[in-house]
Design a protein around this ligand. Structure first.
Ligand code: F6R
Length: 600
């Protein structure tokens, strides 16, 4: 979490910093600040608010060609001006922004900084104070910077300005993402290339525990002990327009709408010229050899994993366990003899998932990452990667990444089934294309779901989504979507489980939304709806064509039974979107959240 931008060039830096930070707000938006440096010294502006407020507070007459900026998701210390970045050393010589968590900050404070009066409650401030203390001993900034990095444990992406040197930004990283962008007469640093695509499409990766010296016309990478590292840059293939809202009021709605097109793109990306599925041979072989698959993920990606499990088990006949990353790390189950790990992560940066990847790699188990971000940490560190091809997902609430994850898992399972010689009784790519068309038809009926959201959620404090089989997993995702953006307390429940306790919460007017897309449980879930109706619930039934009954609220056109989540989630996403809108919530930037969760 937190976003960093730094710029050194010949033009004024403010606009690059502010525009970049606006694009990084998905990483956190509790507070923000920038520091620019010119012949008069460092100009520091911080706000306990968003980038729009920061923009207003900045003096437009101050010009500088070097600067750093930060948008914060608070970990240590509440959101406030004093806790926001950049932080400065006691003398004011050093100014620093940081993304990550310093685990040994208490130790460092006690050991090195007991004579320093800290101005904030953050773990970040100790870094800049430590650099100054070490510099006072050596009078060598680079040596002090490297030494400080060696002393830190935890995660960090750091950019540092030295007031005495307007020609250099000191940069370092460990576990948290940071890239160097290369341009003509300028270079920059950024947490994510999408923030600075307007400036350049050419980037250099920084590896953990490297230091980078970023000048206007030169970038030098070195290890902590000073060995110079040569690395080729790469070109980012994202159209800058993809990171704009365009005619939409919110990224979330744009991203919901993009799903049918995205599914078609995924089909295209993963088929060969004969129309057959084509994946990396090594992935297929490694997975086919496994006696059990372990999927590791968080939040919405975990929910996609739950669907992926059903698809893989039914199509490829390999047992699958799906685990919440933050639990798996500290309570690893007994593993099978030949496990294969699949990490599902839109961002590819989720610290909880990465912690597991580090553990399972150390055990020597093969790992595949399914991610939307090529070059992301989880992608680089796993043996294999399958890209989601969803295009940048910017709204904090994940929508298109979920459906992309399910589609790619379906394709993967079919590829493995082919390898294992397991027969298929349907044409998988054709069925995915059908699902894309059905998604489209649902998206065309937005007004229907807008009305439904008004009816169900305008005043309620809580809501239930129920389903059985695959619909239960979609119900869990539906509840997460609703709660994270509308702040309505919502639960996704197995229809049959309600009567074992939770039904006590149903009272007059409690919204209960049921999904019925699976034939073998159609009558059972309808029975569950009767049970809550009898207790006064306000119900809605969304069923699949062929299973519908009179008075169902909405009937979804038929798709293959294993692919129903791709389509049944769309009404759920739209319901959450309209509920949040109608309740005046900040749809794209819900409170307390950030898109890329890089702390454990
Ligand atoms: C919910 C949401 C989160 C993420 C979770 C994992 O809408 O976006 O629950 O799914 O933080 O993130 P990734 O997929 O980037 O690992």
């Amino acid at each position: 979490m937190c976003g960093i931008v730094g710029y050194i060039g010949v033009n004024d830096t403010k606009d690059v910093l502010l525009t970049g930070l606006e694009k990084l707000e998905y990483r956190g938006y509790d507070s923000a600040g920038i520091a620019t440096l010119n012949q008069e010294g460092v100009h520091l502006v911080k706000v306990n608010g968003r980038i729009a407020e920061l923009r207003e507070k900045i003096d437009p007459t101050i010009r500088a060609t070097i600067g750093i900026g930060h948008t914060r998701w608070a970990t240590h210390g509440k959101p406030s001006v004093s806790n926001s970045h950049p932080h400065q050393s006691v003398s004011g010589r050093f100014t620093l922004v940081h993304n990550g968590v310093i685990e040994n900050y208490d130790e460092i404070r006690e050991h090195y900084l007991n004579h320093v009066t800290l101005k904030s409650e953050t773990d970040t401030e100790i870094i800049v104070q430590l650099i100054e203390v070490l510099f006072d001993q050596t009078q060598d900034v680079l040596a002090a910077f490297s030494q400080a990095m060696e002393l830190l444990t935890g995660s960090y992406a750091i950019a540092l300005l030295d007031q005495e040197n307007p020609d250099l930004i000191y940069v370092a990283k460990n576990k948290s993402p940071l890239l160097v962008g290369l341009g003509e007469n300028f270079n920059l640093v950024t947490s994510d290339a999408i923030a600075t695509l307007k400036e350049t499409d050419t980037y250099l990766e920084i590896e953990d525990q490297e230091i980078v010296l970023v000048e206007r016309n030169q970038v030098m990478i070195q290890t902590l002990n000073g060995t110079v590292v040569e690395r080729d840059p790469y070109v980012v293939e994202i159209d800058a327009g993809e990171t704009e809202k365009g005619t939409y009021d919110h990224f979330m709605l744009k991203e919901i709408d993009q799903q049918p097109l995205m599914i078609r793109k995924i089909i295209q990306e993963y088929q060969d010229h004969t129309g057959k599925i084509k994946l990396d041979d090594h992935i297929r072989e490694a997975m086919a050899e496994a006696d059990r698959i372990y999927m590791i993920a968080a939040g919405t990606s975990y929910h996609a994993g739950l669907i992926g499990k059903q698809i893989i088990e039914k199509i490829a006949h390999i047992p699958v366990e799906v685990h919440i990353a933050s639990e798996f790390s500290y309570q690893m189950p007994l593993l099978s003899e030949k496990p294969f790990f699949i990490y599902i992560s839109q961002s590819g940066e989720t610290a909880d998932s990465r912690a597991v990847l580090v553990q399972t790699k150390a055990l020597g188990h093969p790992a595949l990452t399914l991610t939307n971000v090529s070059g992301s940490t989880l992608s680089r560190e796993a043996d294999f990667t399958l890209l989601l091809h969803a295009g940048p997902e910017i709204a904090v609430a994940s929508t298109k990444a979920y459906t992309a994850q399910i589609a790619v898992l379906a394709i993967l399972s079919i590829d493995v089934a082919n390898q294992l010689g397991l027969p298929l009784d349907f044409d998988p790519l054709k069925e995915l294309a059908v699902a894309a068309s059905v998604m489209e038809s649902l998206i065309d009926q937005k007004d229907m779901f807008k009305g439904m959201a008004t009816d169900l959620f305008q005043t309620t404090r809580n809501a239930f989504f129920i389903g059985r089989n695959l619909d239960f997993s979609v119900a869990q995702e539906a509840a997460l979507k609703l709660k994270e953006i509308s702040y309505i307390q919502a639960e996704g429940f197995a229809g049959g489980e309600l009567k074992h306790g939770t039904i006590a919460l149903i009272e007059k007017g409690t919204p209960v939304i049921a999904l019925s897309t699976q034939e073998n449980v159609n009558l059972l879930i309808r029975g569950n709806i009767q049970e809550v109706l009898a207790r006064g619930a306000k119900t809605a039934m969304i069923s699949m064509s062929g299973l519908e009954k009179e008075h169902d609220t909405f009937v979804i056109p038929q798709v293959h039974p294993l692919l129903t989540p791709l389509v049944s989630v769309v009404p759920m996403q739209l319901l959450a979107y309209y509920a949040a809108l109608q309740r005046g919530c900040d749809v794209d930037k819900p409170r307390n959240l950030a898109k890329s969760v890089t702390v454990e």
